[in-house]
Write a protein of this length. Structure first.
Length: 249
C-alpha cells in the first residue's frame, strides 16, 4: 500500500523495513491512543513524585532533576527518533525522564506563581482537545502546503533556540527569555500556536499509519511523537502564562 505523501511514505516504509510483518495485527488509532495514554500516565507519575519532593522542601533537587530529566529525555528522544524499533522500550523511559524534568520545572514555577502549572496543564489539554475537534471536522487538514509551512516554522523556531543557546555561551543574552514585554508575549503565542498545530501532523500520521496497515509496533512510535508535541505545547503555555502573570505583579 503506497501514498503520494512523501512524509507518510517514508514513515510507512521505515516501519515495514524496521519491524517486518506484524503477527499481532496492524496499527490502529485506538491502540495508539491507548499507548499515548500510558505514556502520559508515566509522565504524570514521575512528575508527581518530583513535585512532591520539591514541595516537601527538597528545593536542592530542582536543578539535578532538571539536568538528569532534561538531558536524559533528550538522549532517549534522539534514540527513539533514529531507531523507531526501540520505541516500545525507549518511549516509556523518555516519558519517565521528561516527567522528572517537568515535575521539577513546574514546582519551580509554582514557587513563584502558585497554581500556574495546573493552569498550564488544563490549558494544554484544552488546546489539544480543540485542535482534535477541528481536525475531526476537517477544519484543520494536513495538506501538503500546511505541512511545508509548519515544517518551515519549526525549523525557524529550532534555529532561534539554537542560536540563542550558542550566543549565551559567549555571554550574549536574548531578552526574549526573560522579558514580559508584549513583543516577547507575541512571539511566545506564535510558538505555542505552531506547537498546537503540530498536533495536526501527529493526528494525520496516526490515521494514515492505521489506514495503510503499518505494523502494530508503530503505535509506540506514533504515541511517542504525540507525547513530544504535548510536552512542547505545555512548556510554551507555561512560559506564556508566567509572562502574563508577571505583568500583573
Amino acid at each position: 500500500m503506497r501514498t503520494n505523501n512523501p512524509v507518510l511514505s517514508k514513515f510507512t516504509d521505515t516501519a515495514r523495513e524496521t519491524f517486518g510483518v506484524s503477527r499481532t495485527g496492524g496499527m490502529t488509532v485506538a491502540g495508539t491512543a491507548g499507548k499515548a495514554s500510558l505514556l502520559l500516565a508515566v509522565v504524570a507519575f514521575s512528575a508527581f513524585l518530583t513535585w512532591s519532593q520539591v514541595a516537601g522542601g527538597r528545593t536542592d533537587l530542582v536543578m539535578p532533576a532538571m539536568l538528569v530529566g532534561g538531558l536524559g529525555g533528550f538522549v532517549f528522544a534522539l534514540a527513539t527518533s533514529f531507531r523507531p524499533q526501540w520505541a516500545p522500550v525507549t518511549a516509556p523511559i523518555y516519558a519517565s525522564l521528561e516527567g522528572i524534568f517537568l515535575g521539577a520545572l513546574s514546582a519551580l514555577y509554582n514557587l513563584r506563581f502558585a497554581g500556574l502549572p495546573q493552569q498550564a496543564v488544563l490549558l494544554t489539554f484544552g488546546v489539544a482537545a480543540g485542535v482534535l475537534v477541528l481536525y475531526r471536522v476537517r477544519v484543520l487538514r494536513a495538506t501538503e502546503g500546511f505541512k511545508r509551512m509548519l515544517v518551515g516554522a519549526m525549523i525557524g523556531i529550532g534555529l532561534f533556540y539554537l542560536g540563542s543557546f550558542l550566543l549565551s555561551l559567549f555571554g550574549v543574552q536574548i531578552g526574549y527569555f526573560t522579558s514580559n514585554g508584549w513583543l516577547a508575549i507575541g512571539i511566545n503565542v506564535a510558538i505555542a500556536g505552531v506547537a498546537a498545530l503540530n498536533l495536526v501532523l501527529d493526528f494525520d500520521r496516526i490515521e494514515e499509519g492505521a489506514r495503510m496497515g503499518a505494523p502494530k509496533a508503530m503505535e509506540w512510535f506514533a504515541a511517542f511523537g504525540l507525547m513530544v508535541t504535548l510536552i512542547w505545547l505545555y512548556l510554551e503555555l507555561l512560559h506564556l502564562l508566567s509572562r502574563l502573570q508577571g505583568r500583573r505583579n
